[in-house]
Design a binder for this molecule. Structure first.
Ligand SMILES: [Fe+2]
Length: 311
């Protein structure tokens, strides 16, 4: 009962917070654009082959005209050294932390910041021992710290490089996990439109797209990352319970994500004319991935640890 009341209060907080977002407009000329973007999927649920380690977490290396962002830092559920993130990056010859200019943390959940220990300590790490991030900026959505990185708690849309933007953290209320703020990475790709990279999609992709439409008058070209739609299965189970179906959703546990939610999102993105879509398997089931794959065909982007896409 208390949880339910907290949930209802949290939903009110989400509505109020969404309404309070100031009507900022960013001129596309001011934002700038990039000629190309390459996204290398360092961590996700499925590996591209057996050399790579897959896990239900996210870390993507984004190279936008030479500006390199590490978007989230994986899960490292077993607290390994090296972490799956470092293991996979080294197979791809991506040197960490040398080959990153900034870190962007989508939200402070264990599968995006390098594990439960980090969530409790409100920090993030790339591996158990972590790396020296001196001189690197980390844009985070809530108060967090890091021993060596320059941490910036982001509260507004922030242009971090020419054509590269971090959104304002958008709110969601998760039934058990409570209030969550999640930001996304957006790249303005010349001649194509906005490439939107999402962590878990707790903010709801629909809310994110509606927010972006008001913020930047540029069409959305691609949506890539987590949408949190575990319909038929959960990537993680605890005590036999499908935790992702219960824990990470913005719905109460008796109303977990459904096929209708999948169809609603497909229809929404089609109506918005989103040309390319890639769904992370770390927080969505194979059924959901299959539906998006069917709908987008050759324009569907496979997200697998060890693979990459150039746009
Ligand atoms: Fe996640």
């Amino acid at each position: 009962m208390l949880l339910y009341l907290r949930y209802r209060r949290g939903q009110k907080w989400v509505r109020e917070r969404l309404n309070e977002i100031p009507e900022i407009k960013i001129d596309p000329d001011f934002l700038g654009e990039v000629e190309s973007v390459k996204i290398t999927f360092l961590v996700d649920y499925y590996p591209v082959d057996e050399r790579f380690k897959g896990e239900p977490g996210v870390s993507y290396h984004v190279n936008a005209d030479g500006y390199r962002v590490l978007f989230d830092t994986g899960f490292n559920a077993s607290n390994e050294e090296p972490s799956p993130l470092l293991h996979n990056a080294s197979l791809l010859n991506i040197k960490l932390p040398e080959e990153i200019d900034a870190v962007v943390i989508s939200h402070m959940h264990l599968d995006h910041i390098g594990g439960m220990r980090n969530q409790i300590r409100r920090t993030f790490s790339l591996s158990r021992k972590d790396l020296d991030l001196t001189g690197k900026i980390a844009f985070v959505p809530v108060k967090m710290s890091h021993p060596t990185a320059d941490v910036v708690v982001n509260s507004t849309p922030t242009i971090i490089s020419k054509g590269v933007l971090v959104t304002e953290p958008l709110p969601s209320m998760l039934y058990f996990m409570g209030k969550t703020l999640e930001q996304a990475l957006v790249i303005n790709l010349k001649g194509r439109g906005l490439v939107v990279i999402v962590g878990c999609g707790h903010q709801k992709v629909q809310n994110l797209v509606n927010y972006l439409e008001k913020l930047v008058p540029v069409k959305i070209y691609a949506v890539i990352g987590g949408v949190h739609l575990p319909v038929t299965q959960s990537r993680e189970t605890r005590f036999g319970l499908p935790v992702q179906k219960i824990l990470g959703t913005g719905k109460p546990p008796w109303n977990s994500p459904s096929r209708k939610d999948v169809e609603d999102l497909i229809q929404f993105l089609k109506e918005k004319g989103v040309k390319k879509v890639g769904i992370s398997a770390h927080d969505s089931c194979d059924y959901t991935l299959g539906r998006f794959r069917e709908e987008w065909g050759n324009d569907y982007i496979e997200i697998k640890a060890g693979s990459s896409v150039e746009l």
